[in-house]
Design a protein around this ligand. Structure first.
Ligand code: ZN
Length: 408
């Protein structure tokens, strides 16, 4: 019997995961290791129980669900993504990659097909980085890009550490995080941009990612009274931060079309109505298709920060705490995905991923590739994020076809 993707079952799985941590606007809020994330993980385990997989978790909470092959000498074909979301998350980012992988395993199970190579479905911990930074935390620890101890000691905005959150949620496993016996890695993901829809592309072949550089900034001024303190005497960290935010945007506009930059998080002290603010923390990033241009964007940002600090009598500390990319995915795997899509009469397009993905961390360890399905309207990290049932099913079909060829 030929394994077939069940489009209805795959869609139903998306809607059931989306119902965990629902937001009023119809999206999902499942930040890493929250009760919602934990419930989604439990549901995934419920679903795989009839499939007879070996379930393992490592000490940073990554999940590895393995289906044995018939040839013990073969390395595994691995695939997956992440079930965590940003607070204003949609129903498809990350979820598609995990559930498409689940559907591949279900299809093989239903058809009674065992591949020669083992298969391994992965759910990475804290891809989004909304609760604990940096993003792609689980895959970074797996890849040795971030020390386990550093990750475990990281705290969220309420002072809860990753170590505590893993213990509370029961998601810390016994495996030492590290690369596994994988022959290759595939990740299905939504595009999160408008290009595929605009060009009638069914399957995006992701050839690589942008280079991104992340910064945590601390603007420090002096506390004072909003009434008596004359304007010329103020060292207002919030007003300085406002200038920083606009500078970040200017740098991005000047770097289009290949560049992007955002200030995306702010914390202000004392954040009191009668106070001129004295400490404002910002998070921002710059990214570009070309690494050299991203580095130039950082230089432009640092020049702006120095000018703002001098002009306003504040200090601005810069913590350039992480980067990702540029990554070039495996051309042979990209060619395989392109061919498998073509075999199903689907249109393809080579693309560069603008967002970070766990695949960026896996790629140095084994041949890796990503495929995209379209995002309606290019909307993402938003409750309106949407891909159609057919788009979701087509992506899973190409994943299934590729896995069948790779795993023999
Ligand atoms: Zn994602």
């Amino acid at each position: 019997m030929t394994p077939e993707i069940d489009a209805d079952r795959l869609w139903d799985a998306h809607m059931r995961i989306a119902a965990i941590g629902p937001t009023p606007e119809g999206g999902s809020n499942r930040m890493a290791l929250t009760p919602e994330d934990t419930a989604a993980r439990a549901l995934l385990l419920d679903w795989v129980r009839p499939l007879g997989l070996r379930v393992e978790q490592d000490a940073i909470g990554n999940m590895f669900l393995r289906r044995p092959g018939t040839d013990p000498s073969r390395q595994a074909v691995a695939f997956g993504s992440h079930l965590d979301t940003v607070p204003t998350g949609g129903r498809f980012d990350g979820v598609f990659g995990v559930l498409a992988g689940l559907e591949v395993l279900r299809a093989l199970h239903d058809a009674g097909v065992t591949t020669a190579a083992p298969l391994e479905l992965v759910n990475w911990m804290n891809e989004e980085g909304s609760r604990f930074r940096p993003a792609m935390m689980g895959s970074r620890v797996f890849a040795g890009d971030l020390a386990l101890e550093t990750a475990l000691s990281t705290t969220d905005d309420h002072g809860v550490s990753v170590r505590e959150a893993l213990a509370t949620s029961g998601q810390g496993g016994s495996l030492v995080p590290g690369p596994r016996d994988w022959a290759c890695w595939l990740e299905g993901h939504i595009e999160q941009g408008p290009v595929m829809e605009a060009t009638n592309t069914d399957i995006g072949i992701v050839t690589g990612t942008m280079h991104a550089r992340y910064f945590q900034l601390v603007v420090t001024g002096e506390p004072s009274h909003v009434g008596p303190t004359v304007m010329g005497r103020r060292r207002d960290s919030l007003a300085a931060a406002a200038e920083v935010i606009l500078a970040v945007e200017r740098i991005a506009l000047a770097a289009e079309p290949g560049g992007r930059a955002s200030a995306s998080w702010i914390e202000n002290y004392p954040n009191a109505r009668g106070n001129v603010s004295n400490v404002t923390r910002l998070h921002c990033d710059v990214r570009h298709d070309e690494a050299a241009r991203a580095i130039a964007m950082e230089a432009a940002l640092r020049a702006e920060l120095a000018a703002i600090a001098t002009r306003r009598g504040v200090t601005i500390e810069v913590d350039p705490y992480t980067t990702f990319g540029p990554i070039h995915f495996d051309p042979a795997l990209g060619a395989l995905l392109r061919r498998k899509a073509g075999d199903r009469q689907l249109t393809t397009r080579d693309m560069t991923a603008a967002a970070g993905h766990d695949s960026v961390l896996v790629a140095p360890h084994c041949p890796s590739a990503m495929l995209f399905i379209p995002s309606v309207g290019g909307i993402t990290h938003n409750p309106k994020e949407y891909s159609t049932k057919e788009q979701v099913a087509l992506g899973a079909r190409v994943l299934l076809d590729a896995v069948l060829e790779l795993a023999g």
